[in-house]
Structure formats: structure tokens, C-alpha cells
Design a protein around this ligand. Structure first.
Ligand code: G6P
Length: 465
């Protein structure tokens, strides 16, 4: 193949060695870009009044090209259509979806703008890999400008059921634009099934049983490619000084630690998690003063109202629960609204007896996998995982729960803190084997392999164990 061109709304910082400074996905993509002398294109994260052409710089053999957006575009394309319309829609929150024509118009316009700035940088033999819901119409905009390259699209978030998607005005238009890609990747078979259902029922299209969908006189291939961890990065983080120190400090405390790490996002089920923890304290008084929940909330999309309100709600709930159950020496629920370095987090994962990863809906959820990867094999903790996270399709040996049931989740917390070591080890071993095998390299290689080859993509089930 020629170069690989990755396009995403956000572009990671790349250092002089061609390595991304943080984040598993960014690192995996930068590894692929280094191999293929690639280009990473996206939004600079900055606003400017009259943005010019892309700013291109080379770092460690990777070209990074970014464009600025105007304040209006950031408001209507990023905060608006991406995060007030598509995000809640894809996470089954139609009650939070805002429908504004200005959002849809800016979404189309920014995708055109991406295409305008990217076209002059493209070579004929480049392969493009577009990421996530901000950029669904990008292939269509590029094709309209004459691009004949192979273009793949990967959706990191859930694909909603047809009945939910069709509440979006002009939903046909959004899906039609996906037929300008050569290959579409979803995190799980479940999200892929929902997409196929839409194509068959709404567009009266057909499936050929080998991963190809035909509708509107066009054919596109689609498959499930569950994303995984960069295991090299994980091992290095587990061994790091920061992780060891954090783990030792936390283990020295005279109580079992439960941990949650989430962006402060309504899809993550945080109020439900707090309520279940409260129920557990209520039901199991013998565990009071012996267990604490550390919930790290990474601030996110703070210009969007639904996110601001959530932080306020969590703060007051944590205060109330601590007021109700806490003692002079013990705060049961520690809610920290701050981002932490990944190596420190890894140490905290290792110190925790259980992780509570209970989104109401989630495309995949890599925290679940990171928690497993960070455990001590001789004394591993327990993963409590929502059955509505994409990760649940692979991580069957976790304690799978319905996060909407406060009582079921409270029971799972009790099972986790009481679980005998032998059972913890057996479950962890099975989980770890899957996490280590279905890693980030496997993910990107299988996607790129299918994008570049012409073979059917439905023939093998990437989730099969
Ligand atoms: C999810 C999305 C990503 C997004 C990330 C952080 O993981 O799938 O596309 O980058 O959240 O959200 P933000 O809005 O800060 O980019």
C-alpha cells in the first residue's frame, strides 16, 4: 500500500520520534502511521476567525496536518451536531438529543471543509482511515472532489437501533453517506446487526452474507472489529515507578478499594453507580468502614449543558452519601473530578479489589480491559461490567450486570468483595487471555487487512474465541 492517512476530529500530539504522547488509540495509530509513512489529519482543537489551509508539520516521519475551526463551527459542529445530537442518539438518550438545523448545516459544512483542506495533501495511492461520528459524511465530500482512494470508516461508539436512529431528521442522508466508504467497522456484532437492520428495513437494501451490504445502487462492506489495548504500553505502565508507588500507597490503606474511571458523561451510568454503592452500604453494614469507592471523573465537553449538570449532581450525591454513612475516619465515596496520568491510574487499578465499569451504553470501554491488564496475577481483582458495554461481548468472565438495577449492582459489589481468591484468579486468567490476544495491533491489522483486501469481511467472526 502507499501511505496511510488517518483522519479524526482530534489529533494526538506526536513527538520528534513519531510517537503519540498519550492514549492507547493515539499510540496504535501513530505506530501504523510510522510503518506506512503516514499522515494524520484533523482539527487543531483551536478556534480562529478566518482559518486558512492545513498547517502541516513532520514529526518522526509522520506528517500531522491540522485545521482550525471558527467559534461558530466549534459550537454547531462539535458541541452541537456531534455532541448534542449524534452522541446522545447513539447512546440511547433521545430525551437529550437536540435537533437544530444550524447543527446539521455546520456538520455538513465542517466535513466539506475537512475535505477541502485534505484533498491537496492526498496522493492517488493513499489509503484513508476515518474515525468516529464527527466525520460520517467525509468520504462523500472527498468523492465529490474526485477522490478515488480506498476509504475506511471506524465507529468507536454504539450504532443505535433503527427505531432510535429514525428519530433523527434526515437520518437517510446520514446513512447514505456511509455508502461512500469501502469498509465500515463497528466495535461489536451487535452494533453491526443494528446497522444491517437499518439498511434492510429502512433502505430496503440487502446483505450478501459475506459482509457486503447493497442499497441505493451502492455496495459497502461492513464488519465488527473490537478495539483492544496496546499491551506493550500497558506492561510498561504496570512496571512504572509511578504505578508501583500509587499501588503501594493505596494498598496500605486498611480497606478494600473499589474503583471507577470514566469521563464525566451521562452515558457512563455514574449516578446509577453511586446509588448502587449506597444500596450496598445500606444492605451490608458489616462492610462499612472496610470498603471505599474511588470514582475518578475526567472532565469532558464542559460547554455542553448535560455534562455540566451531571458533574454538579455527582458532587452533591457523593456529599450526601458521605454525610449519611461516613465517619470521622472514613469517607465511603471519593469522587475526584480530574484527569490523572495513565501510569498513576494503572497503579490504582492494581490496588483495587474491584472495578465498577457500568455504562448505560458504551461502544467498547477500554477501562474494563485496562483494569484486567493491570492486575497482579497472584491476587487479581474482580471486574464488574455493564452488559451494555461493547466489551461485555468479549469479557464473559466478568460479573456482568444491568446498571439500571440498583439492587443487582449492589449484589455484584457484595459478590466482588467476598469473592474467594481462587475464583478471582480463574476469572481473571480467562479475561486476561482475551485482552492480551485481541489487542490493539490485532484490531488495526484486521481492519486494514480487510480495507486493503477484497476478501469478504463477514467470513470470520472476530469475536469468536
Ligand atoms: C469518545 C469518542 C472519541 C472522543 C472521546 C473524547 O471516546 O469515541 O471520538 O475523542 O470520546 O471526547 P472528546 O469530545 O473530548 O474528543
Amino acid at each position: 500500500m502507499g501511505r496511510l492517512v488517518v483522519v479524526s476530529n482530534r489529533v494526538a500530539e506526536i513527538d520528534s520520534r513519531g510517537e503519540a504522547s498519550k492514549g492507547g488509540l493515539a499510540m496504535a495509530l501513530s505506530a501504523a502511521l510510522r510503518e506506512h509513512h503516514g499522515l494524520w489529519f484533523g482539527w487543531s482543537g483551536q478556534a480562529s476567525a478566518a482559518p486558512g489551509p492545513a498547517n502541516v508539520r513532520r514529526n518522526g516521519g509522520i506528517d500531522v496536518a491540522t485545521i482550525d475551526l471558527t467559534e461558530d463551527e466549534i459550537e454547531n459542529y462539535y458541541n452541537g451536531f456531534s455532541n448534542r445530537t449524534l452522541w446522545p442518539l447513539c447512546h440511547y438518550r433521545p430525551d437529550l438529543v437536540m435537533h437544530e438545523r444550524a447543527y446539521g448545516a455546520a456538520y455538513a459544512q465542517v466535513n466539506e471543509k475537512f475535505a477541502d483542506a485534505l484533498m491537496p495533501l492526498l496522493r492517488e495511492d493513499d489509503t484513508l482511515w476515518v474515525h468516529d461520528y464527527h466525520l460520517v459524511p467525509l468520504a462523500r465530500a472527498l468523492r465529490a472532489r474526485g477522490a478515488q482512494n480506498r476509504i475506511g470508516f471506524f465507529l468507536h461508539i454504539p450504532w443505535p437501533a433503527r427505531q432510535v436512529l429514525s428519530t433523527l431528521p434526515r437520518h437517510h442522508q446520514l446513512v447514505q453517506a456511509m455508502f461512500d466508504y469501502d469498509l465500515i467497522g463497528f466495535q461489536t456484532q451487535g452494533w453491526l446487526d443494528a446497522f444491517e437492520d437499518y439498511v434492510v428495513e429502512e433502505l430496503k437494501g440487502s446483505l450478501d452474507g459475506a459482509g457486503s451490504l447493497t442499497a441505493l445502487d451502492r455496495t459497502v462492506r461492513a464488519g465488527a472489529y473490537p478495539i483492544g489495548l496496546d499491551m506493550g504500553e500497558m506492561r510498561a505502565m504496570v512496571a512504572s515507578e509511578a504505578a508501583r508507588r500509587t499501588c503501594a500507597t493505596m494498598k496500605a490503606e486498611d480497606q478494600q478499594l473499589l474503583i471507577g474511571v470514566d469521563r464525566i458523561d451521562y452515558s457512563k451510568g455514574l449516578p446509577q453507580k453511586f446509588a448502587a454503592f449506597e444500596q450496598f452500604l445500606e444492605d451490608e453494614p458489616q462492610w462499612r468502614e472496610k470498603v471505599a469507592l474511588l470514582q475518578i471523573g475526567q472532565p469532558s465537553r464542559t460547554d455542553v449543558e448535560a455534562y455540566q449538570q451531571l458533574h454538579d449532581r455527582l458532587l452533591s450525591e457523593a456529599g450526601r452519601i458521605n454525610g449519611e454513612f461516613g465517619t470521622l475516619a472514613w469517607a465511603p465515596l471519593r469522587y475526584r473530578a480530574q484527569s490523572m496520568p495513565r501510569d498513576v491510574l494503572t497503579g490504582a487499578y492494581r490496588a483495587a479489589r474491584a472495578a465498577i465499569v457500568t455504562p448505560l451504553y458504551d461502544g467498547m470501554n477500554l477501562v474494563a480491559k485496562e483494569y484486567v491488564a493491570a492486575q497482579d496475577p497472584d491476587d487479581p481483582g474482580v471486574l464488574i461490567l455493564s452488559r451494555f458495554a461493547g466489551a461485555a461481548a468479549q469479557m464473559r468472565e466478568a460479573l456482568l450486570v444491568n446498571p439500571n438495577s440498583r439492587e443487582d449492582l449492589a449484589d455484584a459489589i457484595r459478590r466482588a468483595v467476598e469473592m474467594p481468591r481462587a475464583e478471582r484468579i480463574a476469572r481473571w486468567k480467562a479475561l486476561y487471555a482475551g485482552v492480551a490476544r485481541d489487542d490493539l495491533t490485532a484490531w488495526r491489522q484486521s481492519f486494514l487487512h480487510d480495507l486493503l483486501g477484497d476478501r469478504p469481511v463477514g467470513g470470520q467472526d472476530p469475536l469468536a474465541r
